[in-house]
Design a protein around this ligand. Structure first.
Ligand SMILES: [Cu+2]
Length: 508
């Protein structure tokens, strides 16, 4: 059971993890010695800390918390003290962020903060044990970096399945020369929620890992009605949009900005105003199909980067993906619905610009079944398109595994946290790199690369997280311009933790 060994290591606290890292750095690792080694010993990049005039200080104190999700639902979870669920961190591109993470979680619980989508210095990436030691309970870590590319990002832990707790926040990097004009800006954070309802994300991971051979895909749902062994394992959720099996977990709640549909977040504006929505999928196992009743959406960005504007009725947003849209507001009260794709569940908020009765939480706007523009149909805005050049190196990333044996991996080999130096995908600074994501499994995977923003094909969108459907091969390109050792993984928290992760390492 390699999986449990890995989990034990993650939760063992600093002593054991530190020892493992020392061994890896001291030469006991069987990893190649010609690439940037894993481990936090030093910032091995040649970049110096940015010298800037302005700095935003943020205190991120991770602690046990009771959260009110609305409608009388309260849950015990882990969240940041003095921050509400979904509250953003906001700064202007070029401003330095100095964020101190304090770990006030229970004894023995380590954590970190990853700055999803930001091309920062490797040592600030927050991905233990590759870029730093995990922060032990009682410890602190100062993340200090200067985001240069404006856009919609988010921050979350990169330890175990902590993504499925409340330790996340949108990260908005404003453009000092914002080219879009709009009257209102709303950050819309989608999240699937289970923590503190019938157990924790770690309980669910243990259920998934124990093997589900008795409930292979396509068989009956396993959500127990017996009461004694309540399980949130989802066995029969399917979606045509996602090419089959939609997810592994039946989260009991789906939140928009931390609230359930029965007691929703309300965005207010005036008829005729133009609103910019910055939409983040902070979920762990749920793709959302999102639409605003009575409105069309104009897609302007995905994963922080501008695209040629495109109109749509609805969006499909995988875990870790972000979309920015513009919408001209009509007069009335409208449902902003985030269908949990393939799961027969939903999140919802309201947009109110005038009088009227709020639609019920069960409303299904026609737009959800209209045109759904996915990333593959977008084009990068000309200003951010990669210059055409020959590819220097191609890596094939085969996505493998099955729900029944829960052996999600890359090339059949689950990532080994105890030997993070092993078998990296090697690139050299200055290379044009091609990654072919080859999905050999029967499930879709949102594949996320740290520290870089790749491009779909010759003219497709720039993104850091991309939905790869079953049986599909997706080719993406990037320039190796940010030395270090970077995680490449499925952003389904449970798939990543089961082993669908790899390292991309620069040859030194
Ligand atoms: Cu996956």
């Amino acid at each position: 059971m390699h999986d449990f060994r890995r989990r034990t290591l993650l939760h063992a606290g600093l002593g054991a993890v530190g020892a493992g890292l020392l061994a890896a750095c001291g030469g006991a690792s069987d990893g190649p010695k010609t690439v940037v080694p894993a481990g936090p010993a030093a910032d091995r990049t040649e970049q110096k800390p940015e010298d800037v005039s302005s700095e935003l200080k943020v205190a991120l104190s991770a602690a046990p918390a009771k959260l009110d999700l609305g409608g009388g639902v309260t849950v015990a979870t882990w969240a940041f003290e003095r921050r509400t669920l979904g509250q953003e961190v906001r700064l202007t591109a070029g401003t330095t962020l100095a964020a101190e993470l304090s770990n006030r979680l229970p004894h023995g619980t380590t954590t970190s903060t990853h700055w999803h989508g930001i091309a920062l210095r490797n040592a600030m990436d927050g991905a233990p044990p590759v870029t730093q030691e995990p922060v032990p309970a009682g410890g602190t870590f100062l993340y200090r970096f200067t985001p240069k590319v404006p856009g919609t990002y988010f921050l979350h832990p990169h330890v175990g399945v902590q993504l499925d707790r409340g330790l996340y926040a949108p990260l908005i990097v404003e453009d000092p020369k914002e080219p879009l004009s709009y009257d209102a800006e709303w950050v819309v954070v989608l999240d699937d929620w289970l923590d503190g309802v019938t157990g924790t994300p770690d309980d669910v991971l243990a259920q998934l890992m124990h093997g589900n051979s008795h409930l292979d895909m396509g068989t009956a749902a396993s959500r127990s009605s017996e009461g004694t062994s309540d399980t949130l394992v989802l066995a029969n959720g399917t979606s045509d949009l996602l090419g089959g099996h939609a997810g592994d977990v039946a989260h009991p709640h789906h939140l928009v900005n931390g609230r359930i549909p029965a007691d929703p977040t309300v965005f207010t504006g005036r008829p005729g105003q133009r609103a910019r929505l910055r939409i983040v999928n902070a979920g762990s196992d749920t793709a959302y199909r999102l639409a605003l009743g009575g409105h069309r959406l104009t897609i302007t960005h995905t994963d922080g980067y501008p695209v040629e504007h495109q109109q749509t009725d609805a969006l499909l947003i995988g875990m870790g993906e972000r979309y920015d849209v513009l919408v001209t507001l009509a007069d009335g009260v409208f449902p902003l619905v985030a269908l949990a794709e393939g799961k027969d569940a939903r999140g919802m908020a309201l947009v109110r610009t005038g009088a009227g009765t709020a639609p019920p939480p069960t409303v299904r706007p026609a737009e959800l079944d209209g045109l759904i523009v996915t990333a593959a149909r977008l084009r990068a805005a000309e200003g951010v398109r990669l210059k055409s050049r020959k590819t220097d190196v191609t890596h094939q990333i085969r996505l493998t595994g099955r729900m029944s044996s829960y052996n999600w991996a890359i090339d059949g080999k689950p990532f080994d946290m105890a030997h993070p130096d092993a078998d990296p995908l090697v690139v050299e600074a200055g290379q044009r790199v091609r990654l072919d994501f080859v999905n050999r499994s029967e499930m879709w995977h949102p594949m996320h690369l740290h520290g870089h923003t790749y491009q779909f094909g010759d003219t497709g969108p720039r993104k850091d997280t991309a939905i790869v459907l079953p049986g599909q091969t997706l080719s993406v390109f990037f320039d190796a311009d940010n030395p270090g050792r970077w995680m490449l993984h499925c952003h389904n928290a449970y798939h990543g933790e089961a082993g669908m992760m790899a390292n991309l390492a620069y040859r030194t």
